[in-house]
Design a protein around this ligand. Sequence first.
Ligand SMILES: [Zn+2]
Length: 98
Amino acid sequence: MQQQSNNKCKCGNGGNGTCKNCSKIRMAIMLKNGYKNKGLAKTWYSFYKKNNQPEQKIINGMIDRFKNRPEYTNAVNKLVFYDNYSKSNVIIQSLKVC
Ligand SMILES: [Zn+2]
């Protein structure tokens, strides 16, 4: 079973390398008051081509991508990471940004 490739989008919704159904990790972005209506995304999904990597490695990669997005500087309280396969609300990791 582990031989099956799960690093692709199987549902057809994943256009840009991430998919709300097929990505392994979901990142909720907790925006500060005053930044909630500025068009910033509140949820990011990991790249599904990395689905076979360990959770922590994927999360670290998402944090790195996040840090390269200046529009989020000052706007974010906290990042919270979830297992997107199970759709569960069990927090894998949470990171206070400022
Ligand atoms: Zn998909």
